[in-house]
Structure formats: structure tokens, C-alpha cells
Design a protein around this ligand. Structure first.
Ligand code: MG
Length: 226
């Protein structure tokens, strides 16, 4: 009886690290750890290719104003990404000026990060938006100076052997555990300020440097094989 109960519990409960939006979801087996609170060696700066100049403060990676965006030196195709972010309180700023950053999938497709707590902005520009295309299904942001999480399921674009686009990239996003996009086809390549050039089948994860000292922690990615 006890063993049956244990079996039921084991199958009903998600494995540790597998729950989208779990505040401190641990990297599951097979994950590529991109930032563990200390090591920034997975990252280089856009354009310059120089090592990460952003500082680690209390286990968080902090955007340094005046530096280019930060991107992984490893490229990925399809994946599940977990990232936690902390938005500073910037009461003197409004709209897009208030704690702006973002995570670019393949360096091209931005899921916006913005202090959208009691701060409005234009359509398709708030926190959780597929920037320039679609607002989140709901605003699930936490107040500034608290930790948020994104869990992103990203499928790369598909091409035929001649390089013709067969399928656009697709994305699902959970913000603090609540799904805000469900398998949405991404129309633009790139979204604003993403990497330019032909649309690739693999790319980096990129964090936007928009001047605000946004913090990141616990960043990991699970590649999905075809
Ligand atoms: Mg942004």
C-alpha cells in the first residue's frame, strides 16, 4: 500500500527542476548551465566578442550601462530556457525607460523585460511581450525589486535543403509559472535591435543592455533534440 502511494506520488509530482515558473527551479539533468551565480564564462559581448564585463553582485549578473548586449558563446537550436530576473525600481522613469532589458532567443527574438508594475507602455512593448508582435495573455509581473522568472520553450525555424524557410520559429512562455504565450509563431526576424542577417537555425541566448541595472540569476537551458 505504501509503495503504491509512493508510486502514485512519484508519477503525479513533476520532477525537481521541471516545473515552469518554479521560483528556484534547479537545472535538470542534461541542462546547460549559463549562469550559476558565479561563473560568467558562458557569455561574451555582442559585436566585440569580449568576455563578460557585467558584474556579479550577491550571486546575480547585473547589466552594466554602456556595454553591448551579452550573448552566449554557445549556439542552440530548439530548447527550454529558464531565467530569473530582478527589475530595479526606477520611479523617475516611465514607459520603456523603466527597468528595460529582455531575452533574445537566437539573439533575434525578444521576450521583453520591463517594469510593467503600475507602468504602462505601448502595445507589444510591455513585460512578457513578444516584442513588436504580441502582448502576453495576461500581465503576471511581480513588483520591482523582486525576482521574476521566465520559462521559454523555443523551436527554431525550419529550412529545406536549399535553405528556404519551411516554418517560422515558435515560442511558448511562462512568466512566474503562468503561461503567457502558447506556441506562437514569431513573425519578425529579427525583432527590434536583435541580431541581423539571414535567419539561422541555431543562435545564442542574448540579454539586452538597455541601460537599466537589471539583474539575472539561475539561467539554464535544456537543448531539445530533433
Ligand atoms: Mg527590452
Amino acid at each position: 500500500m505504501i509503495s503504491l502511494l509512493a508510486l502514485v506520488l512519484a508519477t503525479a509530482l513533476p520532477a525537481q527542476g521541471q516545473t515552469p515558473g518554479d521560483d528556484r527551479a534547479k537545472p535538470p539533468p542534461g541542462a546547460v548551465v549559463l549562469f550559476d551565480g558565479k561563473d560568467t564564462s558562458a557569455w561574451v559581448h555582442r559585436v566585440t566578442g569580449e568576455p563578460c564585463a557585467w558584474e556579479v553582485v550577491d550571486g546575480a549578473l547585473v547589466v552594466k550601462a554602456g556595454t553591448p548586449d551579452l550573448m552566449t558563446n554557445q549556439l542552440f537550436g530548439d530548447y527550454r530556457l529558464h531565467i530569473e530576473f530582478w527589475l530595479p525600481l526606477m520611479p523617475g522613469r516611465s514607459g520603456q525607460g523603466r527597468a528595460n532589458s529582455g531575452v533574445y532567443n537566437h539573439g533575434r527574438y525578444e521576450i521583453q523585460m520591463l517594469d510593467s508594475w503600475e507602468n504602462t507602455t505601448y502595445q507589444f512593448g510591455g513585460c512578457g511581450a513578444i516584442y513588436g508582435q504580441k502582448d502576453p495573455d495576461q500581465n503576471t509581473i511581480k513588483p520591482p525589486e523582486t525576482w521574476n522568472s521566465y520559462d521559454i520553450l523555443f523551436y527554431a525555424p525550419r529550412f529545406d535543403d536549399a535553405g528556404n524557410l519551411l516554418a517560422k520559429p515558435r515560442i511558448s512562455v511562462w512568466h512566474n509559472g503562468i503561461r503567457i504565450h502558447r506556441d506562437i509563431e514569431i513573425e519578425k526576424s529579427p525583432t527590434t535591435a536583435g541580431l541581423e542577417g539571414p535567419q539561422p537555425s541555431k543562435g545564442p541566448v542574448m540579454l539586452q543592455s538597455h541601460g537599466a541595472p537589471v539583474r539575472f540569476r539561475n539561467i539554464w537551458l535544456v537543448p531539445i533534440d530533433d
